[in-house]
Design a protein around this ligand. Structure first.
Ligand code: EPZ
Length: 426
């Protein structure tokens, strides 16, 4: 298994290009199942999760082709054609590797009137049930049975437009409902919809494929079903979590970097928080400039929220930043019940953190110290990279495959900005 070695203590300088968003690319890929015409995604990131989703789509008979961009961080082109679908079963082995696989349920059901999708099971950050996805499909007229770990969904005469009213905000369930409703008969309304930029991006792509959608980016999305969708070419939204992660890298290391190919409105809740720690982030023509001088960051409190609030996917990274701050910070995790797995690893690097229920209390220390560490999820691993970049001495990050799921060319991008970071291949 590959590892990453970091020699910490260097300020960052230069440009970091931001890739297309993993969490936009995955639902966009599932959307190819809604049409027999070609869907082309440009600015598509080269990530392990994109590979898993391609594998799943190929198991249905989708033709896939990925051509990498010319340089690191320059997005690739992904062509997907779901013309000859030979199978509508998403196997356990593929779904358990990546929960986002469950996003094929809505499109398969809408276009083929049937789908058999493995239940994903729990994962490291929480139980993550799929009841809201199933509730949405039932509202649209599907019959749902659970058998031997699989969801058996059918809608023989097709789906019917309806009110899908979510009791809590779910990104994935909103995406599944939105995709399914595009081909349902009549009008659907998704109430208490998630408002994440990735949902707006999906909705824009579906609209370019011929779907009739209004209310994107609000908590009430309306969809007028159409008979069929067609192909299109769509550019994947920049990754706001990668953007926020590198902005926080500048916050913890100090320095002056420009994040290119992204925009400040994607991290609206992050910018004032960075400012509170003493890091300035401002829009530029190319993206965002992030700067912090040599003084230690200042402590700040935050609570994770659905968009437009502070994202849970940046909670671990922000914890690394305030671990070295002057003063005491509080971070409350409201989305997932077990998303503090990076804490014991940060403690091994000399951080002073106590977890009380859903809140971590972080007393900033002057220096973190390099150590061998590992995390059990993607964003937690990236917080250890940030801690390693700022720490005295050497940090070895184990289980790099977590990082490969969501950060394209991580070592190349950080090295180009002056960090001493390399991958140890095994
Ligand atoms: C998406 O997951 C992201 N994944 C996650 O990113 C992100 O952390 C999360 O949204 C929250 O922003 C993708 O977009 C592929 P949810 P998702 O449904 O859709 C509960 C990363 O690191 N819930 O919005 O699975 C759930 O347990 C990943 O890139 C139900 O109770 O998240 C959670 O507590 C990790 N029943 C809350 O809702 C359901 O049927 C929000 O989850 C569905 C969800």
């Amino acid at each position: 298994m590959d590892r990453i070695r970091i020699k910490g203590g260097k300020p960052l300088k230069g440009e970091i290009p931001i890739s297309g968003a993993k969490n936009a690319a995955l639902p966009l890929m599932a959307a190819c199942l809604l049409t027999d015409k070609k869907l082309t995604l440009i600015n598509a990131p080269w990530l392990a999760d994109v590979g898993f989703m391609s594998e799943l789509l190929r198991s249905f008979g989708v033709e896939t082709s990925y051509v990498r961009g010319p340089g690191f961080g320059e997005g690739g082109r992904l062509d997907l054609t779901a013309r000859n679908i030979v199978n509508t079963t998403a196997d356990y082995d593929l779904v358990r590797k990546m929960r986002a696989s469950f996003l094929v349920l809505g499109p398969l059901l809408a276009r083929f009137g049937q789908a058999k999708v493995s239940l994903p099971g729990g994962c490291a950050i929480g139980a993550r049930p799929v009841d809201l996805h199933l509730r949405a499909m039932q509202a649209l007229g599907a019959d749902i049975q659970l058998e031997e770990g699989y969801v058996l969904a059918s809608a023989k005469g097709g789906l019917t437009g309806a009110l899908v009213d979510f009791p809590l905000v779910s990104v994935g369930a909103t995406e599944n409902a939105l995709m399914a409703a595009t081909l349902a008969r009549g009008k659907s309304v998704i109430d208490n919809a998630a408002r994440e930029p990735e949902i707006v991006d999906l909705g824009r792509c579906l609209s370019a494929m011929g779907a009739r959608i209004s209310g994107l980016g609000t908590s009430c999305i309306e969809i007028e079903g159409v008979e069929a969708l067609h192909g299109t070419q769509h550019a994947v939204l920049p990754d706001r979590i990668e953007t926020g992660t590198y902005a926080m890298a500048a916050a913890i290391c100090g320095g002056d970097i420009e994040l290119t190919g992204t925009s400040a409105d994607l991290i609206g809740a992050v910018i004032p928080l960075l400012a509170a720690t003493g890091t300035a982030a401002v829009s530029t023509n190319l993206g965002i400039s992030v700067r912090r001088n040599g003084v230690r960051p200042t402590a700040a409190d935050v609570s994770t929220e659905p968009f437009p609030g502070f994202p849970t996917d940046l909670q671990a990274q922000f914890m690394a930043v305030v671990a070295t701050a002057e003063g005491r910070s509080h971070i409350k995790e409201t989305i997932f019940e077990n998303r503090f797995m990076h804490v014991p690893e940060l403690l091994r690097m000399g951080a002073d953190i106590q977890v009380q229920g859903d809140t971590a209390i972080i007393q900033g220390v002057e220096y973190l110290k390099g150590a061998p560490v590992m995390a059990t999820d993607l964003r937690g691993s990236s917080s250890l990279v940030l801690a390693g970049l700022a720490a005295e001495g050497e940090t070895i990050i184990n289980r790099v495959y977590h990082l490969d799921r969501g950060f394209e060319c991580l070592e190349e991008k950080l090295s180009a900005a002056g960090a001493e970071i390399e991958r140890l291949k095994e």
